[in-house]
Write a protein that binds this ligand. Structure first.
Ligand SMILES: *[C@@H]1O[C@H](CO)[C@@H](O)[C@H](O)[C@H]1NC(C)=O
Ligand SMILES: *[C@@H]1O[C@H](CO)[C@@H](O)[C@H](O)[C@H]1NC(C)=O
Ligand SMILES: *[C@@H]1O[C@H](CO)[C@@H](O)[C@H](O)[C@H]1NC(C)=O
Ligand SMILES: *[C@@H]1O[C@H](CO)[C@@H](O)[C@H](O)[C@H]1NC(C)=O
Ligand SMILES: *[C@@H]1O[C@H](CO)[C@@H](O)[C@H](O)[C@H]1NC(C)=O
Length: 946
């Protein structure tokens, strides 16, 4: 059924989809920080609208993209601790107000297109640990103020256009470990003050305009592992001999730095694994002191070195690349050079001795297959030499070592969907799954051949990511300028098809927060992208033109004709094309498994509902049509299929499902699953065999509910809504409580439906004050609408109270909210005032003790008062309904025989003493509010029935 598979594929940058988890209800972002975020947004250009939710509600509690918050002990606000807007196509500048985010740990704007300067105000953020601005177009110089960030551990400003000197103030960066400033236009000397950073591990300064001598002082650093300063101009400087005392050094890379003088003794560096001094003007002979036995790479090419190849180049077990190309080395090619080579993991050794003065090859000379020896341009290659030399004397440009191999797998293509792939690493063959794609680059590796280290990489990275080793597939690795090793990693779910959302977020956090540390030999890594269900090479979905999209969909339609439900599906698909191109061309597809909720395919949904046949339709609401369906396992379900106008971005849809999946209450209809594909969004609920409450109140209902049942239904509905108001996090206002949204299960237990499909409860606005309402366009159902809400557009939890009050009146009277132009609230109130309660009670309702009915009625009317404040809270309603139930005679609860005699119901009648106060209280407040102009024409005047 590949036909159902390919549709709207667009790349997703998961980083957009950050679910806030730590939100504490009632708290809000510190106002200064909220304002700062708005100022930041104001200076950014966001063509993809990736920060579109940055103008809604409170940053910390409304899920602003890339914003993570925490509480701190010292005040009651939430504080922004992470601002991670990585690779979001943002341009514009970084506003100085960023300095007001005073609790920030992690500022990450990597791989955007920011211009302008690095604001000096960042220096105020004393809590900052990670400052990642690499991969932008930032210019200007590095503010001295950055040097005062005592807690800064990682500074990545590489790949920008930053100029000027490296500030001496960096001496104060007491926590600095990773200082990446490569690929900029920095000038001046490398300040010797850098040696004052006690924990400095990686110093990357390559590809700048740095000059002056290399500071010998740098030898004072106590932990430096990587010193990389290629492509600068330290003209006249030599390599300080003091560097032989940086005992921790693993990599020294000073290619093309105009260095002069000799190569110092480096035998004091026991861990040296990588030495590149090529393209300088180094003279003299190569020191004969012993090199570290672990060394993988020695590149001394393009210098003015003379003398012979030293004996210490022989017997190195891990050597991968040794070049002395283009020097003036003479003498013999040493035989023992590969004598102790391990050839681990298909490794090979490249020996580039081209363009020197080597004149002798020993007789018994035959390099093993894994050794590539290049001798072109040496006297040994003269015609007079043996024919075997000729083989080694071809001019060759060395590409160091090959890039990654690709496994071919013998599985038939995954049939379900293009985002599904086989995991070639999996021990179980041909499992289709949707992997996380990780663009991963080793920025300064200490190796020249990845193959012998691949296993260690796989083992170490997966164990730190908490994955099994076969969940990682290294799809490709390519050596790039630097040299850097660019890798495409695929992380597959473990023995299943899809990752859970939280699993994806966890992986992202580990990688983007540099929470894993690879073995030293790999050097620092950088994260280039992180994608899930990404079909296109770019990360952003805009790359898909409408034409291309239409093409994909047309292809789909053609294929769809073949399937069994052909004609129906075809019609639906045609509709989908229009939908898609007009409305969803920029919306992205999002594959996510939410814990406890199933993800259905469109096919499954079509099969369950008999291809959405009219006969399966059981209802229709604002969201769309509802179908009864039967899943393959026989479970009866209600499928709510979004109307075209209700379609959401996949991200929002996914947020909503996460939210709904967390709501579990006996009186809420529970979500079983969802379907989000083919421009369709559906929610799958448990099926309620007894239909809606409205059905049972209608005059045609064959088995009218007795009072006890009605009371139970009222109580159930109230408890369900109370849960939404108080237990859901964030709180949910239902906004459309009505008799058709209260469903009854096989035991007539009331379950509230259709919640969560509307706006959530208010969150604090950017000023940090919690608004008591949500201001938005009026929605809801005429007859149930809170009059104050209609007038003011202020939605509060009391709006749901009003609507429930109307439902309570329906339960008592059997009337519809608006019937024959009459409004139920007004009718009941006037009947009540004239003392004729009996006349309005549903005459088909049996077993109705008058005092109970009276209390019920008073409660309902109290809920339906015009003034928001006069209405009870949901918790009070539940308490009162419980109270009524507790005095209801046991036999009345389920009896169906006795019929109410209207005349026996009189006002204020014989409530037990303990309840009398409550009843009187309700009554009094009702009298008070019903005086004067209360019940003016708002209800029927403003909202007329459809
Ligand atoms: C950044 O800007 C450059 C031109 O300055 C453009 O070529 C590139 O596509 C932009 N990149 C992104 C991610 O917007
Ligand atoms: C050489 O490498 C191995 C593993 O890669 C490591 O355990 C060992 O400590 C290294 N030796 C030195 C002297 O650094
Ligand atoms: C090697 O080079 C150095 C410096 O250029 C020079 O002093 C020395 O004489 C040379 N040695 C030989 C053997 O050519
Ligand atoms: C090879 O390794 C052995 C054992 O570690 C060592 O004794 C020998 O000297 C090495 N060979 C060379 C040429 O260095
Ligand atoms: C991975 O490498 C890091 C750094 O060398 C080390 O601390 C860690 O123990 C390694 N983990 C595993 C599982 O090999």
């Amino acid at each position: 059924m590949a036909s159902f598979g390919g549709f709207l594929y667009a790349a997703i940058l998961l980083l957009l989809c950050i679910f806030h988890v730590d939100v504490v209800r009632g708290q809000s972002t510190h106002p200064t920080e909220a304002n700062a975020l708005n100022a930041i947004k104001g200076r950014l250009i966001d063509p993809m609208n990736n920060l579109k939710n940055w103008n809604r509600g409170d940053p910390c509690t409304s899920n602003w993209a890339g914003v993570t918050c925490s509480k701190i002990p010292s005040d009651a606000y939430l504080h922004v601790t992470k601002l991670e807007v990585f690779k979001m196509n943002l341009s514009g500048t970084l506003a100085p107000e960023v300095g007001l985010l005073s609790e920030l740990n992690n500022l990450n704007f990597m791989w955007n297109n920011l211009t302008g300067n690095i604001p000096k105000e960042i220096g105020n953020i004393s809590t900052l640990k990670l400052l990642n601005l690499n991969g932008n177009h930032l210019s200007g110089s590095i503010p001295d103020e950055i040097g005062y960030l005592e807690n800064l551990k990682r500074l990545q400003i590489d790949q920008n256009k930053i100029s000027g000197p490296i500030p001496k103030s960096f001496a104060n960066l007491m926590s600095m470990e990773h200082l990446h400033m490569n690929n900029n236009s920095l000038s001046g000397k490398i300040p010797s003050e850098l040696s004052k950073m006690p924990g400095l591990l990686h110093l990357l300064l390559d590809n700048n305009d740095l000059s002056g001598p290399l500071p010998p002082k740098l030898a004072d650093t106590r932990s430096l592992k990587i010193l990389q300063a290629d492509n600068n101009n330290f003209s006249g400087s030599s390599i300080p001999s003091a560097y032989n005392s940086i005992k921790t050094l693993i990599k020294m890379s000073l290619r093309n730095c105009s260095l002069q003088g000799g190569i110092p003794d480096l035998s004091g560096l026991p861990g040296l694994g990588y030495l590149d001094l090529s393209w300088n003007q180094l003279t003299g002979s190569i020191p004969t002191n012993r090199l570290a036995s672990n060394i993988t790479t020695i590149d001394l090419s393009h210098n003015f070195l003379n003398g012979t190849i030293p004996a210490n180049f022989s017997g190195l077990p891990n050597i991968q690349f040794l070049s002395i190309e283009a020097n003036n080395i003479h003498g013999a090619v040493p035989l023992a050079i590969w004598s102790n080579l391990t050839y681990k993991g298909n490794g090979s050794l490249v020996l580039d001795f081209q363009n020197n003065s080597l004149d002798t090859i020993p007789d018994a000379f035959e390099p093993p297959k894994a050794v590539v020896l290049l001798l072109f341009g040496n006297p040994v290659c003269d015609a007079s030499n043996a024919a075997r030399a000729a083989r080694l004397c071809q001019p060759t440009s060395v590409n160091k070592v090959p890039s990654g191999p690709q496994v071919s797998i013998n599985c038939v293509a995954c049939s379900t969907d293009k985002n599904y792939e086989y995991n070639p690493s999996s021990p179980i063959p041909c499992i289709c799954a949707v992997p996380v794609g990780v663009g991963f680059r080793l920025k300064s590796p200490g190796i020249s051949d990845f193959r012998p280290h691949k296993e260690v990489f796989e083992f170490n990275s997966t164990s730190q990511l908490g994955l099994s080793i076969y969940q990682l597939y290294i799809e490709e690795y390519i050596w790039e300028a630097g040299p850097r090793l660019n890798m495409n990693l695929k992380l597959f779910p473990n023995n299943t098809n899809l990752f859970t959302m939280s699993e994806v977020m966890r992986l992202r956090q580990l990688l983007a927060g540099w929470e894993i540390t690879l073995p030293d030999v790999f050097g620092p890594y950088e994260l280039l992208n992180f994608t899930y269900a990404d079909e296109f090479p770019t990360v952003i979905s805009s790359g898909l033109s409408k034409g291309a999209l239409a093409g994909i969909l047309v292809g789909t339609v053609t294929a769809a004709i073949a399937v069994s439900v052909a004609s129906t599906v075809f019609i639906m698909r045609k509709r989908s094309i229009n939908r898609t191109v007009s409305r969803r061309s920029l919306l992205s597809r999002f594959f996510v498994k939410v814990d406890g909720v199933r993800c259905f395919t469109f096919e499954e949904m079509a099969r369950a509902s008999n291809a959405f046949d009219d006969s399966a339709e059981v209802g229709q609401g604002g969201y769309g049509k509802v179908y009864k369906g039967k899943l393959a396992d026989g479970t009866a379900v209600a499928i709510k299929r979004a109307h075209e106008d209700s379609l959401q971005g996949s991200m929002e849809f996914c947020t909503e499902i996460e939210l709904l999946s967390r709501l579990h209450h006996r009186n809420l209809v529970s979500l079983i699953g969802y379907c989000d594909e083919q421009c369709e969004q559906m929610l799958v609920y448990e099926f309620m065999p007894n239909g809606t409450l409205r059905d049972h109140l209608s005059v045609i209902s064959k088995r009218p509910l007795n009072f006890g049942q009605r009371l139970h239904i009222a109580l159930g509905a109230a408890k369900g809504i109370l849960y939404l108001h108080t237990e859901a996090d964030p709180p949910i206002f239902h906004r459309d409580v009505k008799a058709t949204n209260i469903l009854l299960d096989s035991k007539f237990v009331a379950k509230v439906a259709d919640f969560g499909l509307s706006k959530l409860a208010p969150v604090p606005d950017v000023e940090g004050t919690l608004p008591a309402h949500i201001s938005t366009i009026v929605r809801g159902t005429p007859g149930y609408l809170d009059p104050e809400y209609i007038l003011t557009h202020k939605l509060t939890e009391k709006s749901d109270v009003y609507s429930l009050g109307v439902v309570l009146l329906e339960l008592l009277t059997g009337m519809k909210p608006i019937q024959f132009g009459k409004n139920i609230v007004r009718e009941v109130k006037s009947a009540y005032r004239s003392g004729d309660i009996a006349g309005i009670l549903d005459s088909r309702m049996s077993s109705c003790p008058p005092d109970c009915a009276t209390r019920f009625l008073l409660l309902a009317l109290k809920c339906c008062q015009n003034e928001t404040d006069a209405r009870p809270y949901m918790a009070e309603i539940v308490r009162e309904l419980d109270g009524i139930r507790s005095v209801l005679p046991e036999e009345d609860l389920f009896s169906v025989n006795s019929t109410i005699t209207g005349s026996s119901v009189t006002l204020g009648n014989s409530a037990p003493d303990s309840q009398a106060a409550t009843t009187r209280e309700l009554f009094n407040s009702l009298q008070a509010s019903s005086s004067g102009q209360a019940y003016s024409g708002i209800l029927s005047g403003t909202v007329s029935p459809r």
